[in-house]
Design a protein around this ligand. Structure first.
Ligand code: ASN
Length: 308
């Protein structure tokens, strides 16, 4: 581990106040939009008996408290699904701190942090298509607000915001892979001028699979100009037997998810779709920063150590 930062110099950088104003505008616009859409805001949880297994490998971040093994939140996906079991909320959202102890090799990706916040959203009875439409509206709302309210800040930073046209383009991951190979996300992100979707990605047990086509009913939102992934989400699987079968196929140990599976087995889960966008990644895109460390006040970059 190397300590890269002189944190006090980073905090006092001249454009940091402008970046933080843009971050505040992103959150203000998000809350306003959610209120208009009658979404219920939940408070985040940071300690749980279960958390998101994630589709990629990270270091263990569990702790023992009073004899119980607890996970630090990787995402609130399972809690989102469980909270929707009330059945009477149109949708929910959380500004959710996530800890993901990424491998130090991710350090130069420009978009990984081991601690970040995501706006995590779940909609009742929605299809993936309906969620994507909701999200596109939210992005246009946020970008329009930032463009209007942070004119001087954007000018000082030297960044122009273009409001993207809706609907965003939708690409199928299988087809992209055929054309561009394994690095398709990066290549297409560099080519495109507006945010777009990639669908049908092999991921966790909680993403739904179409029973006939076997396509994964999930999606990533990709920022253009090489900024890469900014949101992941899916239509959810809520049927216990299918969840178990998907866990088997992914070699996921059901023992690690016992409390969640009990709730699923009792039939409490309902059809939902959702996703979450990373706040720091969105601010990075809006400010056009090469590395995410420049878009946040206390950067936690994999393999760089944490001064404070
Ligand atoms: N927030 C994502 C979702 O709703 C999950 C994640 O962050 N891994 O699907």
């Amino acid at each position: 581990m190397i300590l890269v930062y002189k944190i006090i110099e980073h905090i006092k950088k001249s454009e940091m106040k402008d970046i933080l104003k843009i971050q505040s505008a992103v959150l203000k616009a998000t809350h306003d939009f959610m209120w208009l859409k009658e979404m219920t805001q939940l408070m985040p949880v940071m300690l749980s008996s279960v958390t998101d297994p994630l589709a990629h490998d990270v270091f263990d971040s569990s702790i023992i408290y009073d004899g119980q093994r607890l996970e630090l939140t990787k995402s609130m996906i399972l809690h989102k699904q469980i909270s929707m079991s009330r059945g009477d909320m149109k949708g929910i959202y959380i500004v959710s701190p996530n800890i993901r102890l990424e491998r130090p090799e991710c350090k130069d990706s420009g978009r990984h942090l081991i601690e970040f916040s995501q706006v995590d959203i779940e909609l009742k009875d929605a299809t993936g298509e309906e969620f994507r439409k909701f999200m596109e509206e939210l992005i246009v709302y946020i970008l329009s607000f930032v463009k209007k309210e942070c004119k001087e800040e954007l000018e000082r930073i030297g960044r122009k915001i273009e409001i993207p046209k809706t609907p965003f383009k939708v690409y199928d991951s299988v087809k992209l892979k055929e054309v561009y190979g394994a690095d398709y996300e990066k290549i297409v992100s560099e080519k495109e001028k507006e945010p777009f979707w990639i669908t049908d990605l092999y991921r966790e047990f909680y993403d739904k699979e179409d029973p006939i086509s076997k396509k994964h009913l999930n999606y990533d939102l990709i920022y253009p100009e090489g900024f890469g992934e900014g949101l992941s989400g899916a239509e959810r699987e809520h049927i216990y037997d299918i969840i178990i079968e998907k866990m088997e196929r992914r070699k996921t140990d059901p023992k690690m998810f016992e409390p969640y599976l009990k709730i699923a087995k009792e039939g409490h889960l309902i059809p939902t779709a959702g996703g979450g966008f990373g706040v720091e990644r969105m601010v990075r895109f809006l400010t056009g920063k090469k590395h995410i460390r420049e878009a946040t006040l206390f950067p936690r970059v994999p393999g760089e150590g944490i001064e404070i």
